[in-house]
Design a protein around this ligand. Structure first.
Ligand code: DX5
Ligand code: ZN
Length: 214
């Protein structure tokens, strides 16, 4: 079944403890944390202290999606803060292998993300050593953008490669995912769907989560 990872980017930043309780009640599978540095992307969100604070309020896996330059400098601190999964963008890093090694050394799950404007090929050298491949279906930077269906071709390619090579990484799709497009997302080979606005702005968030767990 598709796992759903609501992005707290669309939650009320003054009510994060409540958001953690809600996500449990809504039966979410993973908590997706969008970290932005204002350099790799034109927006700034939050960093390690937020992950550390959330850790005290949830037992759900914390998935830190780092949209930051030189992630190798910070991945260890996100692991220490309590993230269970740490992913970052290949082209933002000067040392992708080094960053993956640091995350693994903490016993955490590691992954790379492919932005909407990047070819999936940039992830190929790392597919045999990652736990998670994030394929973005919006250009990283903001929640609430429209879903780019053409990016699902990258999911199909990655899914084909993992089947052919018997690889174990999971595929997470991030950006503009909602109950209306979840069947397409699933059909392309996705294991985990990130959804920010489709969950936190829904009239019935629990229903929205359930509709995406297909
Ligand atoms: C975009 C983020 C996404 C996004 C998800 O840079 O990585 O996680 O906020 O939010 P929605 O589902 O609203 O596109
Ligand atoms: Zn994200």
């Amino acid at each position: 079944m598709m796992k759903v990872a609501p992005s707290i980017l669309s939650a009320d930043f003054c009510k994060m403890a409540e958001a953690m309780e809600n996500l449990k009640q809504w039966n979410a599978d993973v908590v997706h944390c969008d970290v932005m540095d204002g350099v790799y992307v034109p927006n700034i969100t939050f960093g390690m202290p937020m992950v550390k604070a959330l850790r005290r309020y949830t037992e759900l896996p914390l998935d830190a999606h780092l949209m930051i330059t030189k992630p190798e400098k910070y991945v260890g601190q996100f692991c220490e803060a309590g993230a269970d999964i740490v992913t970052f963008h290949v082209e933002a890093s000067d040392d992708v292998d080094g960053a993956l090694d640091i995350i693994k050394s903490f016993g955490k799950k590691c992954g790379v993300a492919v932005n909407a404007n990047q070819p999936v090929d940039i992830a190929f050298p790392y597919l045999d050593r990652i736990d998670l491949l994030v394929i973005m279906t919006v250009q990283a930077g903001f929640g609430g953008q429209s879903f780019m269906e053409n990016c699902l071709d990258k999911v199909r390619i990655a899914d084909k490669i993992r089947k052919e090579r018997g690889l174990k990484f999971q595929i997470e799709v991030d950006g503009g995912v909602c109950p209306d497009n979840i069947a397409l997302v699933k059909g392309a080979g996705t294991d985990i769907a990130v959804a920010g606005s489709a969950v936190f702005k829904a009239n019935d968030p629990a229903l929205a989560v359930g509709q995406m767990q297909i």
